[in-house]
Design a protein around this ligand. Structure first.
Ligand code: FES
Ligand code: FES
Length: 157
């Protein structure tokens, strides 16, 4: 039995300890927004947040996730201040086929959390997710737009 805090809910999943977090999210908790791509920590399709930091969930054993760690998936991001990232994505029409985009959005949100005013190089080196459709220029533009809006929101508080 693995206990997890996912999207602000404390949940239990009856899985073997070495089951990757990705499969607990998708198969046990039906949070299918997080995608399977390579399975070897290369493509980023499976990116979620653990305590605000991007994590490739395909190589993270569920048993290694502390019960107190806060996991956020693409389904929960809209309840956080990073909803702005999803809005920027929609506004700039970033997605093409869309498969890689949940992971891209999670990677962008984690990058902005660490680097509120990212340069183009910060984005290129910080978001290493793979997009077969080649949406990289729009990912870059949307990340900058979201970061700019979040900085504005911070200034108003
Ligand atoms: S599926 Fe996890 S990095 Fe590719
Ligand atoms: S939008 Fe198709 S793989 Fe990225």
């Amino acid at each position: 039995m693995t206990e997890l805090n996912v999207n602000n809910r404390q949940l239990r999943a009856d899985v073997e300890g070495d089951t990757p977090l990705l499969w607990v999210l998708r198969e046990e908790l039906q949070l299918t927004g997080t995608k399977y791509g390579c399975g070897v920590a290369q493509c980023g399709a499976c990116t979620v947040h653990m305590d605000g930091v991007a994590l490739r969930s395909c190589v993270m054993p569920a048993s290694a996730v502390p019960a107190t760690a806060r996991i956020v998936t693409i389904e929960g991001l809209g309840q956080t201040r990073f909803k702005v990232v999803q809005e920027a994505w929609a506004e700039l029409d970033v997605a093409q086929c869309g498969y890689c985009q949940p992971g891209m959005i999670m990677a962008a949100a984690a990058l902005i959390a660490q680097t509120p005013d990212p340069s183009d190089d910060d984005i290129r080196s910080g978001i290493t997710n793979i997009c077969r459709c080649g949406t990289y220029p729009r990912v870059l533009a949307a990340t900058k737009l979201a970061a700019q809006r979040l900085r504005g929101a911070g200034a108003q508080r």
